[in-house]
Design a protein around this ligand. Structure first.
Ligand SMILES: Cc1ncc(COP(=O)(O)O)c(C=O)c1O
Length: 364
């Protein structure tokens, strides 16, 4: 089976180097906030043009602490999209604010046209999601929000390597949240995340609150949480960062091939191919006969998955607690989208087979 992700291969290929680093962590006995953690944060900061990078336990916590740092809480509205991993909306609910879901364009991304009608005096923040590693039009979203005194937090969980004008996304807004979950293009061997910000106050709050506000061992300045990136995870990530650009180049090469091979087919090429700067975390095709296409690919030993089959406003968690919401484009796309494998462990033969199998379905 050609798989949609390469978690095992990625860990396995680098296991020798990772075990070597882990031995150093064992010897030092620094399992919590040891040297590997600031080393990773320095790398992330450099990647983000010198912004503050505060590692934590997950991308979800990075969203949560960004919201808290900006003072978002009960009585506030936060606008985001519904075609995202449930964590984006979960973080808003967790701080006691009301999520307001905007529809997306045909490119699956939230934009100023869908956000603007939802802005009210209660809106405190907007969380655009760089879904699939496709850059949203962040400059126009920030301009709109600035004009209304509304904060912007970028959900960069899927966007390591995503660029606008050649620069890593995540530094145009008040703060951004990256995930280091193993499935991500840069993932640990367990959970992890990073909050990135150019605002020193947000950075200071996040650094403190991720560790119960402890400035020194026994003195706390703010109530927070335990959301530290483990030293062992940081060590694994410090090995992986050396390979990231190579992986990103391979993903782009594969995506370019799909764009060329599938662009004229009924399924059509990636919905985001017109967006330069995509890091191709997911490569998505679209078909009115999506479920049949998925089965056809499975019959040819190709795994294709759906991200996400149930938009957040159709989840039971939403239906049980939030107002009914209609999002026509989001709902239509959820019926048509299919993620085909696009990662660095695919051979040229795999990629050709996938493209050929999609084309064969179209010509039936
Ligand atoms: C768009 C999006 N937002 C937030 C998250 C949450 O990140 P984490 O799993 O690291 O908490 C994810 C993770 O899959 C995601 O894809």
């Amino acid at each position: 089976m050609i798989k949609c992700n390469n978690v095992q291969e990625q860990a396995h290929d680098l296991s020798g180097l990772i075990f070597e680093r882990w031995r150093e962590v064992f010897n030092a006995g620094e399992f919590v906030l040891g040297d590997e953690v600031p080393r990773f944060e320095t790398w992330m900061s450099q990647r983000c043009a010198g912004a503050y990078a505060i590692s934590m336990n997950s991308g979800t916590d990075a969203l949560l602490l960004a919201l808290k740092a900006l003072g978002v809480g009960p009585g506030h509205h936060v606008i985001t999209c519904s075609n995202t991993f449930v964590a984006t909306v979960g973080a808003i609910v967790a701080v006691g604010a009301q999520p307001i879901l905007a529809d997306v364009g045909d490119d699956e991304l939230i934009n100023v046209d869908t956000i603007a009608p939802l802005l009210t005096t209660r809106t405190r923040a907007v969380i655009p999601v760089h879904l699939r590693g496709r850059p949203v039009d962040i400059d126009s979203i920030v301009a709109l929000c600035n004009a209304h005194g509304v904060a912007v937090i970028e959900d960069c969980a899927q966007a390591i390597g995503t660029t606008i004008n050649g620069r890593q996304v995540g530094t145009s807004s008040d703060a951004s949240a990256f995930s280091l979950h193993p499935l991500k293009t840069l993932g640990g061997l367990g959970d992890g995340g990073v909050l990135v910000t150019t605002n020193p106050k947000i950075a200071e709050y996040a650094r403190s609150a991720r560790n119960h506000g402890l400035q020194v061992r026994d003195e706390s300045v703010v109530f927070g949480m335990n959301s530290r990136l483990d030293s062992l995870q940081a060590a694994a990530l410090n090995v992986k960062v050396e390979h990231l650009d190579h992986w990103l180049r391979r993903r782009k090469e594969i995506a370019d091939f799909y764009n060329e091979a599938l662009g004229e087919t009924a399924t059509g090429a990636d919905l985001g191919k017109q967006r330069t700067g995509s890091s191709y975390y997911h490569y998505v095709v679209k078909s009115k006969k999506r479920d049949q296409l998925q089965r056809h690919l499975a019959e040819h030993d190709i795994q294709a998955t759906i991200h996400y089959p149930i938009p957040v406003h159709r989840q039971r968690a939403w239906l049980n607690s939030q107002p009914a919401t209609a999002l026509p484009t989001t709902e239509r796309l959820a019926q048509e989208i299919l993620t085909i494998p696009c990662h660095q462990h695919l051979s040229d033969g795999d990629v050709e087979k996938i493209a050929w199998t999609v084309r064969q379905f179209d010509s039936r």
